[in-house]
Design a protein around this ligand. Structure first.
Ligand code: UDX
Ligand code: ADP
Length: 457
């Protein structure tokens, strides 16, 4: 029997790492990741990968050109494949009907049309991207309407990896979810996709469902996770007003096995390309199905997240005599979480934008996020940033002569800094705002800082 060929459309944060793991674990499968973006593919084929994930580089370099390939030859690779994963971006729509809430499915649609056009025999098409429930219907209609004589099975296989821990999540997932049509042909396709993961994931962790349950489970999982963060962040505001300590409250409630300890870290709010997008998408779907009360319930998760970011800025302004105009503020961390170079929807974007509006000068340091990524997410050019935003190569450099430090990402290296030395080189009174509840504020106060943390008094 000929080896199975997989083609993944989309070489991003999900497609790249996921396919690298499949190739790594299944030496009998040939995996090709394709993308229209030539620079991105060139980077995947180089020593400087476009995605930073601990452990990714090793796995890519071990398998590349053996059974893992990166190519811009989308049509040919699609034509040759037995199984095609669609792993393209599905951002929130920013135009027309559903703007600001619905998922923009034009990239998924264009993949479906491309697959139908490419022909090349019967195929299994797997939705890897997070999509609204019933998207598989659209994909199937497009594929079937091509009338090219081939038959297509559409499978939903959402990805649950979190950035920063993608490789361990992929290697040892809590579960793999595979949804398919309940027909016999649909079940055969489900089993074929199961057989890929079963090469390294215990069978009992591979859950199979119908298509719609699988699509909706991904949105629901992200909505529940985001809701936990908004819940603890709401409590953090109450802690500040009542002299309770939110970390102590989180620990106390997290020991209840029904609640559990994870995702209870109060912060400046959640970021990343998934949580906000998926909760908004869920709200849009609820309204589409005429369930306004359900939509309003979930909308509050987003409102609380916005409130938390603004609360951080207000707190910072309050502690700095209500003005930051002309003051240098060190921004430690710009990524939406540690161990990633991804700044999409990072809370740092809104916070830095507000501080720039208040005429602060920013000295930004992040170990992985590039200057280009910071400028583009802020909507500033290199020219307009001159004199207002400085890009630093170390935390110490950013903090030097600053009036305040805003710690926005929980990178491990920020825990290790010598804050006593840093303090001596800052403007006095030196303030440290810990948006991630990472540091021991009592210790910092002993050094002399007017330390302040979201969720701490
Ligand atoms: C998330 C889901 O975890 C993952 O399963 C899904 O596939 C994609 O979306 P990701 O966005 O990569 O993953 O990272 P995650 O670890 O979930 O963090 C999201 C945001 O929540 C980050 O900004 C993080 O700092 C914040 N967060 C997380 C908190 O503020 N507190 C917490 O306790 C946990
Ligand atoms: P994610 O975080 O979901 O992986 P990314 O934005 O990082 O999303 O990656 C999605 C990738 O999909 C991008 O590199 C983009 O160029 C690619 N892409 C989008 N549409 C198509 C398409 N029709 N054909 C090939 N690649 C596509």
């Amino acid at each position: 029997m000929e080896a199975m060929k997989i083609c993944c459309i989309g070489a991003g944060y999900v497609g790249g790492p996921t396919m690298a793991m499949i190739a790594h674990k299944c030496s009998d499968i040939e995996v090709t990741v394709v993308d229209l973006n030539e620079a991105r593919i060139a980077a995947w084929n180089s020593g400087d990968l476009p995605v930073y994930e601990p452990g990714l580089e090793e796995i890519v370099s071990q398998n590349r050109e053996k059974n893992l390939f990166f190519s811009t030859d989308v049509d040919d690779k699609v034509r040759e494949a037995d199984v095609i994963f669609i792993s393209v971006n599905t951002p929130t729509k920013d135009y027309g009907s559903g703007s600001g809430q619905a998922a923009d499915l034009r990239f998924v649609e264009s993949c479906a049309r491309g697959i139908a056009r490419a022909g090349g025999g019967d195929k299994i098409v797997v939705e890897k991207s997070t999509v609204p429930v019933r998207t598989a219907q659209m994909v199937k209609e497009i594929l079937d309407s091509s009338n090219n004589g081939h038959s297509y099975q559409v499978i939903s296989n959402p990805e649950f990896l979190a950035e920063g821990t993608a490789m361990t999540d992929l290697e040892n997932p809590d579960r793999v979810l595979i949804g398919g049509d309940t027909s016999d042909a649909g079940q055969v396709a489900v089993e074929k996709v199961v057989s890929i993961y079963a090469q390294w994931v215990p069978r009992e962790r591979i859950i199979t469902t119908n298509l719609w349950s699988s699509e909706l489970s991904k949105l629901t999982a992200n909505a529940f996770l985001a809701q936990r963060i908004s819940s603890i962040n709401a409590i953090s505001a109450l802690c500040e007003a009542s002299e309770a300590n939110v970390d102590e409250v989180a620990k106390a409630i997290g020991t209840d096995s029904r609640i559990g300890p994870k995702f209870l870290k109060s912060s400046i709010g959640f970021g990343g390309s998934c949580f906000q997008k998926d909760v908004l998408n869920l709200c849009y779907l609820c309204r589409h199905f005429d369930l306004p009360q359900v939509a309003e319930y979930w909308e509050q998760v987003i409102r609380m997240n916005e409130y938390q970011k603004e609360r951080f800025v207000t707190r910072l302004l309050d502690s700095m005599f209500n003005t930051v105009s002309g003051k240098r503020i060190a921004i430690l961390g710009y990524a939406f979480k540690k161990d990633t170079n991804d700044a999409r929807e990072s809370p740092a974007i809104g916070i830095c934008t507000r501080l720039l509006e208040e005429k602060a000068n920013l000295a930004i340091y992040d170990p992985r996020v590039t200057k280009q990524s910071i400028l583009s997410t802020l909507g500033w050019s290199e020219e307009s940033a001159k004199g207002r935003v400085e890009f630093c190569t170390s935390a110490e450099e950013a903090c030097q002569k600053s009036h305040a430090i805003a710690l926005l990402t929980e990178w491990d290296e920020f825990k290790e800094l010598d804050y006593t030395k840093i303090y001596e080189k800052m403007h006095q009174p030196a303030i440290l705002f810990d948006g991630r509840n990472l540091l021991d504020l009592e210790e910092l106060r002993k050094i002399g800082y007017r330390a302040n943390g979201i969720g701490r008094v």
